[in-house]
Design a protein around this ligand. Structure first.
Ligand code: ATP
Ligand code: MG
Length: 184
C-alpha cells in the first residue's frame, strides 16, 4: 500500500494559486460550501494518477482542467498537480522502487497536452498509471466514487455491486486471471 502524503496544485481548475495540502495518516475529510472546490480536489488526484478522459474531469477537453479565469483573474496557460507518496514499504514498481518518497507530477500546457515526471525525471503516462493501478487506487478505480455515482451503486444488482467492491479491494483482477488459467 502506498500512502499519499501531500497534494500540490497550481493553476488546476479553481485552484489558481499554488496550494500544498498535507494528507495526514488515517481518514481525511474535505468540507466547505457548494462550489468551493471539493470535487476539484478529488479530480486533481484522479488526474495526477493518469486519468485520460476529459469527461471524467467534467470537461469537454483536457485543457479545461487549466484555470479558465474569473471575474478578477485572467486565465492560466498551464496547470500542475504533484502527489507525494510514501514508498518506505518499497511496494512501487521496480523502476521507481529505489526511492523512499515518490513525487509524481503531471503538467498540462494549453494546446500542448500533458507530461508526467516522477522525482523530476520524465515518465510515460503508462508507467504512472501502472504505479497507481498496483496500489489499487488507480484513476478509474472504484475506490474513487464520483458525486452522482452513489445512487447508481445503491441501486445496482448485487452481482454488480460485488464486482465494484472487489475492484475497490484490489482483487478485481483475480477473476480475469482465473478465467485465463482455466482456458489454458
Ligand atoms: P459541491 O458541494 O456543490 O459538490 P464542490 O466543492 O465540489 O461543490 P467543485 O465542483 O469542486 O465544488 O468546484 C466548482 C467550482 O470550480 C465552480 O465555481 C467552477 O467555476 C470552478 N471551476 C471548475 N473548473 C474551473 C476552471 N477550469 N477554471 C476556473 N474555475 C473552475
Ligand atoms: Mg462536489
Amino acid at each position: 500500500m502506498i500512502h499519499f502524503q501531500r497534494l500540490r496544485l497550481s493553476g488546476f481548475k479553481s485552484f489558481v494559486d499554488p496550494i500544498d495540502v498535507v494528507i495526514a495518516p488515517g481518514m481525511t475529510g474535505v468540507v466547505g460550501p457548494n462550489g468551493c472546490g471539493k470535487s476539484n480536489l478529488v479530480e486533481a488526484l484522479r488526474w495526477v494518477m493518469g486519468e485520460t478522459s476529459a469527461k471524467q474531469m467534467r470537461g469537454g477537453e483536457m485543457d479545461d482542467v487549466i484555470f479558465g479565469g474569473s471575474a478578477n483573474r485572467p486565465p492560466r496557460n498551464l496547470a500542475e498537480v504533484t502527489l507525494v507518496l510514501d514508498n518506505r514499504a518499497r511496494t512501487a514498481p521496480a523502476q521507481f522502487n529505489d526511492f523512499e518518497e515518490l513525487e509524481v507530477t503531471r503538467r498540462i500546457d494549453r494546446g500542448q497536452g500533458s507530461l508526467y515526471k516522477v522525482n523530476g525525471k520524465e515518465a510515460r503516462a503508462r508507467d504512472v498509471q501502472i504505479l497507481f493501478a498496483d496500489a489499487a487506487t488507480g484513476a478509474r478505480s472504484t475506490a474513487i466514487v464520483s458525486q452522482g455515482r452513489i445512487g447508481a451503486i445503491i441501486n445496482a444488482k448485487p452481482s454488480d455491486r460485488r464486482s465494484l467492491l472487489e475492484e475497490a479491494a484490489g482483487i478485481g483482477g483475480l477473476h480475469s486471471r482465473r478465467h485465463e488459467a482455466e482456458l489454458r
